[in-house]
Design a protein around this ligand. Structure first.
Ligand SMILES: [Zn+2]
Length: 385
């Protein structure tokens, strides 16, 4: 790492941290990503990168930036502009101070560091000969409903996507998905003394909780993915009853099931519905939200290009890894765009003290530029991957 390029990424990342972009769904007083998108747009345009702002919903822009020409393949570099809220943070969240190679602030690690690396990569490629297009998708709303990534894949096609969520410069080839279900049981409300009339919805829920928990420990732990580990399920929230002297008319249970690559969401939902109905035939089951898992073959052209670029920059081979949490990567992958993730180091995503390691994000910017060029070089024919 040269001192000059480390200063470059630290300066840019500090500027990004100083423009708050808390997701307005997580803090209603926040204005969201618009100001940050404007800042990034100005910064990139001054360096010869073409930029467009596309609203994913009113006031919630995606910034689309690109270099190169349409004659060739398209590789997307993706990061999210929004951050979680700042309550309880131990240092000023929007100061962007650097100490001992660590840049502090909300979003520094998750993931303005990745955004800064993408911006630097594009700025450097603006002067290079690019055989195809390198597109930055700096998207809104990842921390809530991912409407930015969904809007991007609805409007754009691409041959590959590199996401830059933090990964300590390891190559993320897989992540889990999830299914959120709500289960409701019904009882008969009656005065607490009227055992002859009343029926408790909470008692009706009990065999469901037992069945789901047993299924988790007895079955799901043995369904595993080599990079992501086992599937899992937990009973996350429960509500029921109106008072200690009333038979409970309703009980609601919220269940989260984490899925592994290879599992189909529709099958997972059907299996859970069966389990619930076997335990309690009258229970109602509603699907609240589902997100797909993501996977990319270790020998896919994109994975090879990113691995080789990382080797060239870092002098070591990054490990192929899977992660348990969900990322926007699955949205690109589900749209038919081969996707991997590589990001920098740091600590404190969604936590009281958040910092990004400057040197690893400097390396990331180089890896992204090199990997994008290599991919376009080897897979230059659109549709060849
Ligand atoms: Zn993130």
């Amino acid at each position: 790492m040269s001192k000059e390029s480390a200063t470059e990424i630290a300066t840019l990342l500090s500027q990004l941290v100083r423009v708050p972009s808390v997701n307005p769904h997580l803090d209603p007083d926040s204005e969201g990503e618009a100001k940050l998108a404007d800042f990034c747009c100005g910064w990139l345009e001054r360096r010869g990168v073409r930029c467009t702002l596309e609203e994913s919903s009113p006031g919630r822009p995606n910034l689309i930036a690109e270099v190169g020409t349409a004659a060739g393949a398209t590789v997307v570099l993706c990061g999210h502009l929004d951050t979680v809220a700042v309550d309880g943070m131990r240092r000023p969240p929007f100061e962007g101070a650097v100490e001992d190679g660590r840049l502090y602030g909300r979003g520094a690690y998750d993931m303005k560091g990745g955004v800064a690396a993408i911006m630097l990569a594009l700025a450097r490629l603006a002067d290079a000969e690019v055989r195809g297009r390198v597109v930055a998708a700096l998207v809104a709303d990842e921390e809530y409903a991912s409407e930015g990534a969904f809007a991007f894949v609805r409007r754009h096609s691409a041959d590959a996507c590199i996401l830059t969520e933090p990964s300590a410069l390891e190559l993320v080839l897989a992540h889990k998905g999830f299914v959120w279900l709500e289960v409701e049981t019904h009882g008969i409300a009656a005065h607490g003394s009227r055992w002859d009339l009343g029926s408790s919805a909470i008692a009706a829920m009990a065999p469901i909780v037992v069945a789901l928990s047993t299924f988790d420990s007895a079955v799901l732990r043995s369904r595993t993915h080599p990079l992501c580990g086992p599937a899992s399920l937990h009973c996350a929230q429960i509500e029921g009853g109106d008072g200690i002297s009333t038979y409970a008319a309703h009980c609601t249970l919220r269940v989260e099931r984490r899925t592994i690559p290879g599992e189909r969401t529709a099958d997972v939902v059907a299996e859970l519905v069966r389990l619930v109905h076997d335990a309690s035939p009258d229970a109602e089951v509603r699907t609240l939200l589902t997100r797909e898992p993501m996977t990319c073959a270790a020998d896919a052209p994109l994975a090879m290009c990113v691995r080789r670029a990382a080797e060239a920059v870092l002098g070591r081979t990054p490990r192929d890894v899977g992660v348990a949490y969900w990322m926007d990567a699955a949205i690109f992958s589900a749209a038919g765009i081969p996707t991997v993730n590589i990001g920098g180091s740091g600590e404190g995503a969604h936590a009281a003290l958040e910092w990004a390691d400057v040197a690893s994000h400097d390396a990331l910017a180089r890896i992204l530029a090199e990997a994008a060029l290599a991919f376009l070089e080897t897979c230059g024919v659109p549709g060849a991957v």
